[in-house]
Structures are given as structure tokens and as C-alpha cells.
Write a protein that binds this ligand. Structure first.
Ligand code: NAD
Length: 274
């Protein structure tokens, strides 16, 4: 169900399913979507400093009647703030905006190899983790070679890697590498930002189960053991997206969806993003 969690390698429980708020405007838009999600039973919210809506996310949390401890809040340090001291300052800034005493998951948003600062940035995340200000730390958009490089020097192995992941980009070797290192994979743009709804194979599978194409894709994430955080600002879609715990895709249908992979990104390539 919606409360089901994956146990991260440090023992922290992270919901398999949550709400993403990329491109959702601060103020009433984000407040209303986070509230609609919490009312629909969502426990996990994914934001980032760069989304500019941490204040609204914080307001929605404060105004909801779900206890803080039941929620799982993620935010991310933006590229321009990478480095040890600047990351500690960015964290304080995010926490002030969110109005939280502690965070559940803090991520390095992109590796930005050009800056070559992600190891220093990681040290700041390790400090925040050891100080108990965040329950889990991780990375985002790290390819296998970025992870290998980080693993050579880190004290704490990242608990999560949040990457672009959908039926057109299944990231099989990265996923395998993450499993071997007990790093939980998390999907961003799981619905390929809306680009998959006309795909005939997905439509056919959706008809077969009496589900929407979005629900089939999100169910496929769960069965592949990938945390998923679809975005919507529409309450009926927020509810629809969460309604994926009452059916199971057959292994044949899972394979059919896996084989839609074309290594196709809608977002930036992490090696060139700066
Ligand atoms: P998404 O794949 O979740 O697609 C969202 C879009 O799909 C919505 O704008 C909506 O138009 C449509 N949609 C949603 N549910 C639908 C439904 N049931 N039926 C029809 N259409 C529907 O796109 P996303 O927002 O890019 O990704 C999800 C979250 O991942 C983001 O909000 C953000 O939190 C995170 N993210 C992280 C990074 C990163 O670099 N770490 C990058 C992009 C996104």
C-alpha cells in the first residue's frame, strides 16, 4: 500500500511512492498539490532548492494534520552551492524555508563533473548526517563512474541515487551497480514528463488491467524495486497515480515494458550538466 517502504542501508524506511514538485509554483499551487497528496495518503514529498517552492512545501506540511514523523521529506543542494561550507549554508537555508527541525533525505542534485566538487559536497552531507540533521543522504544524477569515484573516498555510502528512469530509459547497468552497493534507485520523470501516454504497448497493457497508462508505468517502477515520485498538481491525478497497489503486472508484461528502453533521456546528461 501507500505506506509501504524500502529499508535504506542505514535502516531508515523510505516510502516507495511519493509526490514530485518540480516546476510547481511556490504559494498556492504547491501548497494545494502537497495538501492533496497528503490527503490522498502520500507520505513522501520530493523538492529541491532550485525548484523555489520549499516554503510552500513547508507550509503545506505545517497545515496538514499528519504528524511530521510520518512524513518523508527530500530536498537537494543545487549545483552553484556545491563545496563544503556552501553546502552546509544551503542546507540551513532549505531547512529555514521548509520550516523543519530535521530532514529525511538530502541529495546532491547533480554531480557537475566540470566543477569537481562533489566529494567536498559529500563531506558536508556526511557532517549533516552525523549531526543528526538529516536521516539519510544520497546523490542524484550520478552515473556509475561518478558513484565509483565517490565510493573510493566516502565514509558513508549514499543511501539513494535519484536518476531519470522510465520505460524509455531503464538504466539496467546503473541499477545493477546500485543494488550491489545497497544504494536505492529512485526514478525522476517516471512518466517521462507525459511523453509516454500514447505508447501502444503501454496502452494495451493498461487496457488489459483496467488501469491508466500512468498507473501501469508507476506499478512497473515498484515491481522493479525503484522508488517513484510522479508529479501532478491535479488532485484527481494525484489520487490516480497512487492507486497502484491493487494489481500486479505479470512477468511477461514487465518484460514487454522493460524492452521499450531506447536509452532516451528527456533531461540533461549528467556528464555535461553544469
Ligand atoms: P513526471 O514524469 O512525473 O511527469 C509529470 C507530468 O505528467 C505532469 O506535469 C502531468 O502533466 C503529467 N501527469 C502526471 N500524472 C498524470 C496522469 N495520471 N495522467 C496524465 N498525465 C499525468 O515528471 P517530472 O515532474 O519531471 O518528474 C517527477 C519528479 O521527479 C519531479 O517533480 C521532481 O520532484 C523529480 N525530478 C528530479 C530531477 C533531478 O534532477 N533530480 C529532475 C526532474 C524531476
Amino acid at each position: 500500500n501507500l505506506q509501504s517502504t524500502t529499508t535504506l542501508h542505514n535502516g531508515i524506511e523510505m516510502p516507495w511512492f511519493g509526490l514530485g514538485v518540480f516546476k510547481v509554483k511556490d504559494g498556492s499551487e504547491v501548497i494545494n498539490s502537497v495538501k492533496a497528496a497528503i490527503e490522498a495518503g502520500y507520505k513522501s514529498i520530493d523538492t529541491a532548492a532550485i525548484y523555489g517552492n520549499e516554503e510552500g512545501v513547508g507550509k503545506a506540511i505545517a497545515e496538514s494534520n499528519v504528524p511530521r514523523e510520518e512524513l518523508f521529506i527530500t530536498t537537494k543542494v543545487w549545483n552553484s552551492e556545491q563545496g563544503y561550507d556552501s553546502t552546509l549554508a544551503a542546507f540551513d537555508e532549505s531547512m529555514k524555508k521548509l520550516g523543519l527541525e530535521y530532514l529525511d533525505l538530502y541529495l546532491i542534485h547533480w554531480p557537475v563533473p566540470e566543477q569537481n566538487k562533489y566529494k567536498e559536497t559529500w563531506k558536508a552531507l556526511e557532517t549533516l548526517y552525523k549531526d543528526g540533521r538529516v536521516r539519510a543522504i544520497g546523490v542524484s544524477n550520478f552515473k556509475e563512474h561518478h558513484l565509483k569515484d565517490l565510493l573510493e573516498d566516502c565514509e558513508v555510502v549514499p543511501m539513494v541515487n535519484q536518476v531519470e528512469y522510465h520505460p524509455r530509459l531503464t538504466q539496467t547497468s546503473l541499477h545493477e551497480f546500485c543494488k550491489q552497493n545497497r544504494i536505492q534507485l529512485e526514478a525522476w520523470s517516471p512518466l517521462m514528463q507525459g511523453g509516454l501516454f500514447e505508447e501502444p504497448t503501454l496502452q494495451e497493457i493498461a487496457r488489459k488491467y483496467g488501469k491508466s497508462t500512468a498507473q501501469v508505468i508507476l506499478r512497473w517502477d515498484l515491481q522493479n524495486e525503484v522508488v517513484t515520485i510522479p508529479k501532478s498538481v491535479k488532485p484527481h491525478r494525484i489520487q490516480e497515480n497512487a492507486n497502484i497497489f491493487d494489481f500486479e503486472l505479470s512477468s511477461e508484461d514487465m518484460e514487454k515494458i522493460n524492452s521499450l528502453n531506447q536509452d532516451q533521456r528527456v533531461g540533461s546528461d549528467p556528464d555535461v550538466m553544469n
